[in-house]
Design a protein around this ligand. Structure first.
Ligand code: 5GP
Length: 189
């Protein structure tokens, strides 16, 4: 996989560059590290791992493959970005979880925490159901943007305030399959 990709004609942001900021190898190493920490934390327990669609689907899939504990999975789907590159400021619940999480250990798996609005929404939604414990893992975290009153239990990588794609993250629904993380560079526009 090239460390720089020119976005082809016919695609959003055609002619601009996707610049690799986290390599596929680093992604996989970090996911394994987080999985081993989660395995230690939940030794002898059966947590419900809840993936936030769509962006977290690859992180979630890789993460659970590394766990050496028993676990259940569920998913929910929210939207705060629409098809754009900035948060709309409101979070919509597009699909709720189906598991009963009352009294259960819950780990919510997110793709990226930007403003933290989605995380706050998810925390509120989960706490309504009174889980026994509630923790959050995010693959990426933008510390300069995120509201200071949120707490995350596991963050894969801290990144600058820039729009990124790959490893589940999209630009207008494409580029989710890239195995590393790429910044969309618009300066040539
Ligand atoms: P927040 O609610 O924390 O502002 O934003 C979280 C959601 O916005 C993420 O789950 C993701 O869908 C989207 N998002 C935030 N930053 C980025 C980014 O750099 N790239 C992409 N593709 N999505 C992002």
């Amino acid at each position: 996989m090239d460390s720089e990709i020119i976005i082809p004609q016919g695609f959003p942001f055609a002619g601009n560059k996707l610049e690799e900021i986290i390599s596929p190898d680093s992604v996989q190493k970090r996911v394994a590290e987080i999985a081993s920490e989660i395995s230690v934390m939940y030794q002898g327990k059966v947590p419900i791992i809840i993936g936030v669609l769509n962006g977290a689907f690859l992180f979630m899939a890789d993460l659970v493959r590394h766990l050496d504990i028993q676990f259940e999975v569920d998913f929910l789907k929210i939207d705060s970005y629409g098809d754009g590159t900035k948060s709309t400021g409101t979070v919509r619940l597009l699909k709720d979880i189906s598991a009963d999480i009352t009294g259960r250990h819950v780990v919510v798996v997110e793709d990226i925490v930007d403003t933290g609005l989605s995380l706050k929404f998810l925390k509120h939604r989960m706490e309504e159901a009174s889980p026994k414990s509630l923790r959050f893992a995010t693959f990426l975290y933008k510390p300069d943007v995120a509201s200071k009153d949120i707490s995350i239990d596991w963050a894969g990588f801290n990144i600058e305030d820039q729009f990124v794609v790959g490893y589940g993250l999209d630009l207008k629904q494409i580029y989710r399959g890239l195995p590393g993380i790429y910044a969309v560079k618009e300066e040539d526009k």
